[in-house]
Design a protein around this ligand. Structure first.
Ligand code: AMP
Ligand code: MG
Length: 487
C-alpha cells in the first residue's frame, strides 16, 4: 500500500538528507511578511501529481512560511570554479524542501530560491527580486518547450518585502523543480572538504538517482564520468543549436543530471556571432556563445579530477582513465551538433561534406549579420525577404549547393519541410520581448504581456499565427543588450 496522499498531492521523500552530514545543513526557509502568488505552472503541477486548486489555497508553502508534510528542509553544500577561481559556495539563498515522487514514481527536487539566509550565504541577503525570478520562469519554461533538458519553474510568489539591489525591488521566491541539484561543484566540495568515503557516498547516490543502469558495471565510477560527459555533450549541442547563452558556466552551475540549471544572466542570441556575450560581468568573454563547448569540456575535466580516487587505486592509471574519457567530449559534442544541424537543414542522411556546407552557411550569416533563428525560419518556409544575407551572390551559390544536397537524399519536399518545421523554432524568448514582459509585470503589475509570451513560447514548433509577431527583431540599438548578475 502506498502512502495516503494529502489533498494537495505532496508526496515528499528526503533522500538527500540521508547523505553524510557534510553535504547539507538542515534549516527552514525564513518566513516572509505577505506572500502573493504571481504565477503557478498548472501543467507542471499536474505532472508532479499536485492539485493546483489546493496549491492555490496554501501558497505559504511557495513562500517558505509553511512547510509541506513530509518535507525536511535543507540547504546544500557545494563549491565551484567561478570564472576559473575555486571557492566554497552552497545554497546561499535556496532551500530544498524535499523530493516529490510523482504518480509515475519519478523523483524531482522541490527547491525554493530566494528563501532567506543560510550558513552558505556569505555576504548575501538570501533573497531574490521579482524580475529575475520571473525571468528564470520564462526562460526555463521556454527551454523545456524547445526540447532542451532543464530545471523547471513551478511557481513565483512575491514576498511583500523589499530587496535592496542597485534600487529597491519587490522580493520574490521561485519554486524550482529539478531532476536533482547535484552539481559538478558538489563533487568538488566532496573532493576538497570530504573524506573519500563521503565522496564515494555522493557518487553512489548520484548513480542510484540518475544512472541506475550502470550500478552493476565493472568500473561504475568511470561509467559515471562517461555518462555525465554524454549528457553534457548532448545538452551543450542543444544550446548551440538554438543560440542559448548560459552566461555563467561556472562549475557550480553545471548539473550532473544534464539539465540546464541556474538561469542568471543567460540570453538568446539574435545576430549570429560566436563572440556574443550578454553578461555584464563576463568582461573577457569566457562564457561567450562560441566558447560554451570548450568551457563545458573544462568543467568536465574538473569533475573528472574529483573522481580520481574512485577510478583506480593507482593514481597514474586513474588519471589516464579520466583523460581518455575527457578527450572524447569534443567529438561527442560535435556528433550531437552535426545531427541537430542536419535536421535544421532538412537532411536525413549523412554525407562527408555536410560539415563544410554548415560552416559555409554560418560564415555567411556572420558576415552578413544575419539573425540566427530567423535565417533557419526563412530556409524552412522559403521566405527570403528582408534579410541582407539572401541577396548576396555567395548565398545564392550556397543555396544551389544545399538544394543539390537535398536532392541526393531522395526524400520528398514535404518530408524535408516537416523535419525543418520540427527542428527550427518559430520563436525564441528574445531579449526585448522578455524585458517588455518583465517591465509590465514588475513596474505595472500587469501580467498579461508575460502570459501571452509564455503561451507563444509553450509550443515553439507550432508555427502558429500568434507566434509570427515574436520573430520581429529588436529595433537597432546603439548599445548591446546586457544582462546582470546580483539578481
Ligand atoms: P549564482 O551566481 O546564482 O550561481 O550564485 C553563486 C553563489 O552565490 C551561490 O552559492 C548562491 O547561493 C549565492 N548567492 C547568489 N545570490 C545570493 C544572495 N542574494 N544571497 C545569498 N547568496 C547568494
Ligand atoms: Mg549558481
Amino acid at each position: 500500500m502506498g502512502k495516503v496522499l494529502n489533498k494537495t498531492g505532496w508526496n515528499l521523500d528526503n533522500s538527500y538528507s540521508r547523505l553524510p552530514n557534510v553535504f547539507y545543513t538542515q534549516l527552514n526557509p525564513t518566513p516572509v511578511i505577505s506572500p502573493n502568488l504571481i504565477i503557478l505552472n498548472e501543467m507542471l503541477a499536474k505532472s508532479l501529481g499536485l492539485n493546483s486548486k489546493a496549491l492555490r489555497s496554501k501558497i505559504g508553502i511557495f513562500a517558505g512560511s509553511d512547510i509541506p508534510d513530509g518535507s525536511l528542509p535543507l540547504a546544500q553544500a557545494y563549491a565551484g570554479h567561478q570564472f576559473g577561481h575555486f571557492t566554497m559556495l552552497g545554497d546561499g539563498r535556496a532551500i530544498l524542501l524535499g523530493e516529490q515522487i510523482t504518480p509515475q514514481g519519478t523523483r524531482y527536487d522541490i527547491q525554493l530560491k530566494g528563501s532567506g539566509r543560510t550558513p552558505y550565504s556569505r555576504g548575501g541577503d538570501g533573497r531574490a527580486a521579482l524580475g529575475p525570478m520571473l525571468r528564470e520562469y520564462i526562460i526555463s519554461e521556454a527551454m523545456h518547450a524547445l526540447g532542451i533538458p532543464t530545471t523547471r519553474s513551478l511557481a513565483v510568489v512575491t514576498t511583500g518585502e523589499v530587496v535592496i539591489r542597485e534600487t529597491d525591488l519587490p522580493g520574490a521566491i521561485l519554486t524550482r523543480v529539478a531532476s536533482s541539484h547535484i552539481r559538478v561543484g558538489t563533487f568538488q566540495y566532496a573532493s576538497v572538504w570530504g573524506t573519500t568515503e563521503e565522496l564515494k557516498a555522493l557518487a553512489d547516490y548520484t548513480i542510484h538517482r540518475h544512472f541506475p543502469e550502470i550500478d552493476q558495471v565493472e568500473n561504475r565510477y568511470l561509467s559515471l564520468l562517461r555518462e555525465v560527459i554524454k549528457r553534457q555533450a548532448s545538452l551543450i549541442a542543444k544550446w548551440q543549436l538554438v543560440g542559448f547563452i548560459h552566461g555563467v558556466m561556472n562549475t557550480d552551475n553545471m548539473a550532473i543530471s544534464g539539465e540546464t540549471i541556474d538561469y542568471g544572466p543567460c540570453a538568446f542570441m539574435d545576430t549570429y556571432d560566436l563572440a556574443t556575450v550578454f553578461s555584464s560581468i563576463d568582461r573577457h568573454g569566457r562564457y561567450a556563445y562560441g566558447n560554451q563547448p570548450s568551457i563545458a569540456g573544462w568543467n568536465l575535466a574538473r569533475f573528472a579530477e574529483t573522481l580520481l580516487p574512485l577510478l583506480h587505486e593507482n593514481a597514474e592509471r586513474a588519471v589516464n582513465l579520466a583523460q581518455d574519457e575527457i578527450s572524447r567530449f569534443m567529438d561527442l559534442y560535435k556528433k550531437n551538433w552535426l545531427a541537430g544541424m542536419r535536421a535544421k537543414l532538412g537532411l536525413f542522411n549523412e554525407e562527408k561534406e555536410d560539415e563544410s556546407l554548415m560552416d559555409e552557411l554560418l560564415t555567411l550569416m556572420e558576415k552578413n549579420r544575419a539573425d540566427y533563428t530567423n535565417t533557419f525560419l526563412a530556409l524552412t518556409f522559403d521566405r527570403y525577404k528582408n534579410m541582407d544575407l539572401f541577396v548576396t551572390k555567395e548565398y545564392a551559390e550556397w543555396q544551389l549547393r544545399w538544394q543539390a544536397r537535398l536532392k541526393r537524399q531522395k526524400k520528398s519536399t514535404e518530408a524535408v519541410k516537416k523535419l525543418m518545421r520540427e527542428r527550427n523554432p518559430a520563436l525564441i524568448p528574445r531579449n526585448h520581448r522578455v524585458e517588455e514582459a518583465l517591465e509590465a509585470a514588475v513596474e505595472r503589475g500587469d501580467y498579461r504581456v508575460m502570459e501571452k509570451l509564455l503561451h507563444a513560447l509553450s509550443n515553439p514548433y507550432a508555427h502558429s499565427a500568434e507566434q509570427a509577431e515574436y520573430a520581429t527583431l529588436p529595433p537597432p540599438s546603439a548599445c548591446q543588450y546586457k544582462t546582470y548578475c546580483g539578481t
